[in-house]
Design a protein around this ligand. Structure first.
Ligand code: DX5
Ligand code: ZN
Length: 218
């Protein structure tokens, strides 16, 4: 099994205090923040623009992982890169030219992630393996935190792990990751586990315990 990283999703944090939420995650031993960007068009919810990412950046320790649930993507790649993102993930479903988008992301110096919805097969990913640093396999239909893992995600991760073989591509699962699902996902080959509700439940004093128990259960 690959060593796992828990990627707390700030979507489940207190929106009136996002800077202190990011600092609380660092204090809880996390060196990763997953930022869910939603446009009210590609997904039925609205969240963070690039300016919000830029103001959060100084409060984040380690990796700022920006998940772009927006369409179109290309006009915003530079702004999110400039906001201080380390990783930008774009959805394969967001437009007809995902290869161009991935090249634009790498052109900014960010790592490129390819996100795929539950209803999308892995076939198209096979042609993009030279252009990506991670695949974000959605475990739920994107738009909201706190949803239940779609069980077919586990087999999809296993299939993707075989497809990736020895390439240095990380497999992220996003949505529905919790103490009940994390072991099956990690055993199938996921090594970046995004968790919103499972990290933030109980408030800041519980973050360390929640993150450590997810790591231990994986
Ligand atoms: C869903 C987001 C996820 C979500 C995960 O659209 O991309 O990152 O916040 O939340 P949980 O872990 O609560 O399913
Ligand atoms: Zn996400």
């Amino acid at each position: 099994m690959h060593p796992v990283t828990i990627c707390p999703s700030i979507l489940s944090g207190d929106f009136s205090a996002l800077g202190s939420e990011c600092r609380a995650l660092a204090e809880a031993g996390s060196d990763w923040v997953h930022v869910d960007v939603m446009d009210g068009h590609f997904v039925p919810n609205l969240t963070f623009g690039p300016q919000m990412c830029a103001v959060l950046r100084p409060h984040i320790q380690g990796t700022m992982d920006v998940h772009l649930m927006i369409a179109p993507v290309d006009p915003y790649v530079e702004a999110y890169a400039k906001s201080g993102a380390d990783i930008l993930s774009a959805h394969i479903e967001a437009g007809p030219h995902v290869h161009r988008t991935l090249q634009a992301i790498r052109g900014t110096g960010c790592k490129a992630g390819l996100a795929i919805n539950p209803g999308t097969g892995l076939d198209a990913v096979a042609h993009l393996l030279d252009d990506i640093d991670l695949v974000n396999v959605m475990g739920v239909n994107p738009g909201f935190g706190g949803q239940k893992l779609i069980p077919a995600t586990i087999a999809k991760v296993r299939q993707l792990r075989a497809m990736i073989a020895d390439r240095p591509i990380r497999i992220q699962v996003d949505g529905g990751v919790n103490a009940r699902t994390i072991h099956a996902l990690a055993s199938a080959g996921a090594d970046l586990l995004v968790a919103g509700a499972a990290v933030f439940e109980g408030g800041p004093e519980a973050y360390r315990r929640n993150i450590e128990s997810l790591r231990a259960t994986a």
